[in-house]
Structure formats: C-alpha cells, structure tokens
Design a protein. Structure first.
Length: 112
C-alpha cells in the first residue's frame, strides 16, 4: 500500500507512515443503498412510461452519489426513485382497471 499523504510505500498493517510520520487515514466502505433500478425499469416498460422515466433518473443517481461520498444525497435519490416507481405502478394499475371496466361496461351496453 501507499501513504495517502506523501505517496511512500508502506505495509498494510501500518497505522503511521514510516516516511512522513502522518497517521494513516482509513476509509470505510459506504453503506449499501437500494437504487430501485430494476423496479423502475419494469414500471417504465410495463406500467407508466412518464413516472417510470422519472424513477429511472433518480435510480441512476444513487450509485454516482455513493461513489462521490454523498450518502445523504444517495439516500434521497433512492427515496425519490422508490416513490416514483410506486406512483408509476399505481398509475398503471389504475389505468388497467379503468380500461377493463370501460370495455366491460361498453360490452354490456352494446348488448342491450
């Protein structure tokens, strides 16, 4: 490994750089955050295109924000992606039920 301060080579177990005597910074792995990409794709293809696209945009932002260290922003984008995915699913379900009822009532009225 190399020192993040001076660039000198050091052992992995060192807590202080042997060259510059600076404390070795350790980086933690970011928490896993669900980006809701797959559900957003499914909603876009099967239910409601406009809401699904908004969900896709927010889902695509999650991993980028995590990589940049913006964990709070990533959580907010994930929350927005989830919300828009559910809005798209609900809109698609309501439109499907309405279409079915409209067709059913139209068929009944056609018979009489």
């Amino acid at each position: 490994m190399y020192c993040t301060n001076c660039g000198a080579q050091r052992a992995d177990t060192d807590t202080v750089c042997p060259s510059c005597q600076q404390r070795i910074r350790t980086f933690t792995t970011p928490p896993p955050i669900n980006n809701y990409l797959i559900p957003s794709i499914a909603v876009t293809l099967c239910c409601c295109l406009p809401a699904g696209i908004v969900g896709l945009v927010y889902a695509a932002q999650v991993n980028t924000k995590v990589a940049a260290g913006d964990i709070d922003g990533a959580k907010q984008s994930a929350k927005n992606a989830k919300m828009w995915t559910w809005i798209g699913f609900a809109a698609g379900a309501l439109l499907s039920v309405g279409y079915f009822l409209f067709g059913f009532i139209g068929a009944l009225l056609q018979h009489h």
